[in-house]
Design a protein around this ligand. Structure first.
Ligand code: AKB
Length: 337
């Protein structure tokens, strides 16, 4: 009999590393992880790691011949700034990669006669608000509002939300009598901040970059205006949200895509919180017009009422707790001990 596993793609990324720890703390011993990168030594014992690409069909075939895939957390993606430099590669990884995994999950669902659970993180980048006046008028956007992304990454995420929904509701609708469809569930995340990892290739990165630079006593030039506002979330809440969504009873899930959020901050708010913790930090603002345009198109806040109602979503970290109990103490420990 094939071993039943939880597959995590993009597992060496920020969310992946946090998720591996959350699932392990909950007792998971059947994690198979995939990434182009090696697993960092401190968590390498927590999963069976496969170093390779989600675009490698032979690798995916070997995977399904060896394991019964019960759940997929599909985290592998190029982030928003990186995608603008390599939009075609971005489409290949973000869309074709997702399509391949959805197909694999659909086949596995049929083969084992039981839906594979497919958890997909989307992003505030799926929104595209035309101007700052409109952004101010819609301080908490709902899932279906302003779905007009202006980045390749946002387009990729929005389309994959639809693809996942299609695969879980209508895949092979004319070709097969009663197909067992996969169970697709998606979260739209705000900008994420981790005490243990630094993001790369994103556009919400100014938040975590400012904090980590200050902790390292390095000067930081912020690439957005001080009044720039978007929602953020502490990394442990992000990994918990993914696991909570995966564990929610199927009958409580009323929609394929859920907003989740914790708190909204301007870049100036982040600056002030960072200065409180690291008074000698040297932070300046030098907005980059293009990256500023991207962040301005993202909402100031998310309406996550559906997640609250359907599966009791509630972040553990508000802004105070996030900085005082999670970010600052762990970052100080990381860089100063
Ligand atoms: C990015 O900046 O691309 C990501 C995101 C907001 O999804 N952090």
């Amino acid at each position: 009999m094939r071993k039943k596993i939880i597959l995590i793609t993009g597992a060496v990324g920020e969310v992946g590393q946090a998720l591996i720890q959350t699932l392990t703390e909950q007792g998971a011993t059947n994690l198979v992880t995939m990434d182009l990168q090696e697993m960092p030594a401190d968590i390498s014992g927590l999963s069976k790691h496969i170093q390779g690409s989600i675009l490698d069909k032979a690798l995916l075939s070997r995977l399904v011949s060896e394991y019964e895939i019960d759940t997929i957390y599909h985290l592998a993606a190029l982030l928003s700034t990186r995608c603008e430099y390599t939009p075609i590669a971005a489409h290949q990884v973000n869309v074709e990669g997702t399509l391949g995994l959805l197909e694999l999950a659909a086949e596995q669902s049929e083969w084992r006669n039981k839906p594979v659970l497919f958890i997909f993180p989307s992003s505030i980048a799926a929104y595209g608000i035309p101007d700052l006046e409109t952004k101010a008028q819609f301080p908490q956007v709902k899932e279906w509002e302003w779905n007009y992304p202006i980045t390749m990454y946002g387009c990729n995420k929005l389309y994959c939300e639809l693809l996942g929904t299609y695969f879980s509701r209508h895949y092979r609708q004319l070709a097969s009598e009663n197909p067992i469809m996969l169970d697709f569930r998606c979260l739209r995340f705000p900008g994420l901040i981790s005490a243990f990892t630094v993001p790369s290739g994103g556009t919400s990165d100014y938040g975590p970059e400012m904090l980590h630079a200050a902790a390292k006593d390095e000067p930081y030039e912020c690439f957005v205006r001080p009044d720039t506002i978007i929602p953020f979330m502490a990394m442990p809440d992000a990994s918990n949200a993914l696991v909570q969504l995966a564990q929610a009873p199927r009958q409580s899930i009323s929609r394929p895509v859920y907003n989740v959020t914790s708190f909204s901050l301007t870049a100036a708010d982040i600056h002030d919180l960072v200065i409180q913790a690291f008074p000698s930090s040297q932070i300046t603002f030098n907005p980059d017009v293009k990256r500023q345009g991207i962040v301005d198109s993202w909402p100031a806040g998310l309406d996550d009422n559906h997640a609250q109602k359907d599966w009791n979503w509630k972040p553990a970290y508000d802004v105070q707790r996030c900085f005082n109990e999670y970010l600052i103490p762990n970052i100080v420990k990381r860089y100063h001990t």
